[in-house]
Design a protein around this ligand. Structure first.
Ligand code: NAD
Ligand code: UDP
Length: 312
């Protein structure tokens, strides 16, 4: 049945893919964004669709709408952007969560929070399961994001316990794909854009730190299954195949055929050394697992950036 779906951060990378899926499924979509890291261009193909509405709004401010589902994705996700105005980042996570939970309570909507593997911090347990409480620095340069997202999780569970709000918590591990911003600063887009421009590939530290990269379509499938399923979460959604940043750089150089050289820059403070999701719960509760292998996903993302850089 068609639903009224609010997607905060809907003009961003993941939000815009979710808008596509929600429109394809016949829903009415309100895409809300303040364009801090998102762009109208990500959803410009939907602007004339009768079921699509784009609203410029900051989730830090309350909003009155009538909806059935709320996907709360509004928050800068790249360390470069979330550290640019760290106080704003914390406000977005905490006040954004409060405003969306208030809206969900009033309208009896179900609300999903885009949480993150960053709630595990620089993890001492590997791979990370949902019952691991994490190893997070509360006063470092990543804390505005990590602690903001942790606080949002707390608020979600408290609104559920105290007011019976139907909540869903999704812990997203590094996700990449078309419509990332070329200037986003995250590793996959950085490496691809640098390789395509023939610039040095910037590896922070010695490149032995690991991440596990999930393709956007897999992520969105997991997100929708979580929203429409019975399990509240938190549930890890990510691809368990783990790579070092050096391996990622080599793969990107190979696929682009670039002559770019690798340049090592200092490792930022509190940069997690390793990260890999344990996705047993997602498999069991959502019958979900990622399908796209890194090499194939990188090819699609490279094609997108080739076109994107030509347009710029
Ligand atoms: P993104 O930066 O492309 O998208 C975030 C969107 O939120 C942007 O469109 C931005 O303009 C908007 N936004 C930011 N602050 C806002 C505010 N105060 N009010 C309204 N809109 C605001 O990043 P993304 O990768 O699409 O991430 C989407 C969500 O998923 C974020 O909440 C992020 O923390 C979470 N997440 C993403 C990843 C990933 O690897 N992509 C990993 C973990 C968690
Ligand atoms: N990184 C890198 N070069 C870059 C950007 C990032 O080596 O140009 C590293 C970064 O230090 C981290 C990993 O890549 O170890 C992933 O960084 P990203 O910002 O994508 O996400 P994170 O998982 O750290 O939030």
């Amino acid at each position: 049945m068609s639903k009224r779906v609010l997607i905060t951060g809907g003009a961003g990378f993941l939000g815009s893919h979710l808008c596509d899926r929600m429109i394809e499924a016949g829903n009415e979509v309100i895409c809300l964004d303040n364009y801090f890291t998102g762009r109208r261009r990500n959803v410009s193909h939907l602007l004339d669709h009768p079921n699509f509405e784009l609203v410029r709004h900051d989730v830090v401010e309350p909003i009155r709408l009538e909806v059935d589902r709320i996907y709360n994705l509004a928050c800068p996700a790249s360390p470069v952007h979330y550290q640019y105005d760290s106080i704003s980042t914390m406000k977005t996570s905490v006040m954004g969560a409060l405003n969306m939970l208030g809206l969900a309570r009033r309208t009896k909507a179900r609300v999903l929070q885009a949480s993150t593997s960053e709630v595990y911090g620089d993890p001492l347990v590997h791979p990370q399961r949902e019952d691991y409480w994490g190893h997070v620095n509360p006063i470092g340069i990543r804390s505005c994001y990590d602690e903001g997202k942790r606080c949002a999780e707390t608020l979600f569970m408290d609104y559920h316990r105290q007011h019976g709000v139907e909540v869903r918590l999704m812990r997203i591990f590094n996700t990449y794909g078309p419509r990332m911003n070329a200037e986003d600063g995250r590793v996959v887009s950085n490496f691809i854009v640098q390789a395509l421009r023939g610039e040095a590939i910037t590896i922070y530290g010695d490149g032995s730190q690991t991440r596990s990269f999930c393709y956007c379509d897999d992520n969105i499938e997991g997100m929708i299954r979580l929203m429409e399923g019975e399990h509240l979460g938190p549930i890890n959604i990510g691809n368990p195949n783990e790579f070092t940043m050096l391996e990622l750089a080599e793969e990107v150089i190979d696929l682009t055929g670039s002559a770019s050289k690798i340049e090592h820059l200092p490792l930022p403070q509190d940069d997690p050394k390793q990260r890999q999701p344990d996705i047993s719960l997602a498999k069991e509760a959502l019958d979900w697992e990622p399908k796209m292998q890194l090499r194939e996903g990188l090819k699609k993302t490279i094609s997108y950036f080739e076109e994107d850089l030509r347009r710029a």
